[in-house]
Design a protein around this ligand. Sequence first.
Ligand code: 3SL
Length: 237
Amino acid sequence: MKIFTYYTPEQVPIQDQPDCAVVIDVLRATTTIATALKHGACGIRTFADFDSLNQAALGYAPGTCLKAGERGGKEVPGFDLGNSPFEYTPERIKDQWILISTTNGTRALSVAQKATVLITAAIVNLDAVRIFLKDRDFATVWIIGSGWEGAYSLEDTVCAGAVSLELGQAGNDETIAAQALYQQWQGDLLGLLKQASHGQRLLGLGLDRDLAYCSTPSSIGLVPLRHPDGYLSGHLI
Ligand code: 3SL
């Protein structure tokens, strides 16, 4: 297995195609997606913008889908859910389709669409993702961080290092650097999120408990996996 890490969606060589793409947005899209699937959502459809999301919502019978997302960490007026994993309780989302658009996470998903297999990862489902990748032994894996509006993100890079460590051969220097960063921070992932610029932004919004949740390793034993129909479904490990 040869692993290539891209810190932002902008770095991804979209003319190529890996056997598997792993999209990461620790704060908070891929953490929230894993949580929603664990709590019984039918599936997650991701959208780069609100217009296409609103259009798609018209195709669902009333009461069967929830519109979700954020911009700059804040809720979207008129939507059912924001992007905090704490909103995605079983009572709220069980047997519902979730249509979601976020600032960076859903953009990262859109550049990975050509991959043969597409999954998402976060700290909360780290072990499940490692097992999924190890079992399948793909020839090429791309790990894609969502970053923040085109810029590097510390927490996605550390998670990329955690996913790739001991998994295969590094295909680029970014993979080696991500692994070194994970080795430095693995004992204090909450401390890392608190120092990261987007962590600071969320702390400024009073979302301290989101950081604690997003930094807890492997509390969720499933992998969000793209279904042939395009939505993310929960693959239990
Ligand atoms: O950028 C994203 O996709 C979001 O996850 C950002 S936030 O944590 O919801 O603010």
